[in-house]
Design a protein around this ligand. Structure first.
Ligand SMILES: C[S@@+](CC[C@H](N)C(=O)[O-])C[C@H]1O[C@@H](n2cnc3c(N)ncnc32)[C@H](O)[C@@H]1O
Length: 249
């Protein structure tokens, strides 16, 4: 098993004069938390909206393979579904445990169209030539990119600018996140539902909105860091997921 390569955080910012970094290196907190989460969860089924978007992109037997990027892919539920449908996939996550789970599935199924990368997905995206991708899935991960709403807005706009006209962007933003431990993880965008929806409007408002949903999410078993001990502890969290799917114009 070989993970394709490592993308260092902030490499893109260094290569583009005047650019602000879009991503950040994985925090020590997230390394601990996601080691636990991805060891426990494995590969879950894809979300219904992502599945429908991916299925609509599936190539014919001899047609060209559309290129989909799954940014902050976790254990790769959307990447794997897309690769099984014959899309060319780039799947990126900070977490070594997440990408190892995905690479294991890719190897086991002898999939040859899925590039699995451990690193900063948003730095990778910034380095990409504009209008290159056919589709992007960025599911429950962009709020990790910065605590600053302006920077998250720039990152969301980047999803569209790296996708060709006619291509698809599926992005979700978790809002009103509340952990049972009372933790407020550093480096996270912690905004309310209306502010989150307005951020997505500003970042992607010029494109054709295909799906707009808001859904309460309750994750009964995750890992958090206890504010009192600084140690990983079992926890639950609640949030509102603002989901948007756009066709790029
Ligand atoms: C809540 S999980 C969602 C995983 C997956 N998208 C899904 O729907 O199952 C968030 C994931 O984003 C990853 N992540 C956060 N910021 C990232 C970044 N800058 N680059 C790569 N991965 C990142 C985390 O490591 C974590 O696996």
């Amino acid at each position: 098993m070989e993970i394709s390569r490592l993308i260092p955080a902030r490499s893109a910012a260094a290569s583009e004069p005047g650019a602000r970094p879009t991503g950040a290196s994985q925090t020590a907190r997230d390394r601990l938390v996601y080691r636990d989460v991805w060891a426990r969860e494995g590969i879950r089924p894809p979300s219904d909206t992502a599945r429908a978007m991916i299925d609509a992109l599936a190539p014919s037997a001899d047609g060209p393979r559309p290129h989909l990027a799954d940014l902050g892919c976790g254990a790769g539920r959307h990447a794997l579904h897309a690769a099984r449908q014959g899309l060319r996939v780039t799947a990126i996550d900070h977490s070594a445990h997440a990408v190892a789970a995905l690479q294991g599935a890719v190897d086991e199924e002898r999939i040859d169209c899925c590039d699995v990368i451990q690193g900063d997905a948003f730095a990778w995206l910034r380095e990409l030539t504009p209008s290159t991708l056919d589709a992007v899935v960025c599911f429950d991960s962009v709020h990790h990119s910065s605590a600053d709403p302006e920077r998250v807005e720039e990152t969301v706009a980047l999803l569209a600018s790296r996708t060709r006209a006619g291509g698809s962007v599926l992005v979700t933003l978790l809002c009103d996140i509340t952990y049972s431990t009372g933790e407020r993880p550093p480096g996270r965008l912690l905004v309310g539902e209306e502010d989150g929806a307005a951020l997505l409007d500003r970042a992607l408002g010029g494109h054709r909105l295909l799906t707009d949903r808001r859904k309460p999410v309750r994750v009964a078993r995750t890992t958090s860091i206890s504010p009192s001990t600084g140690r990983p502890v079992p926890a639950s969290y609640g949030a509102t997921r603002v989901l948007r799917q756009y066709q790029i114009v």
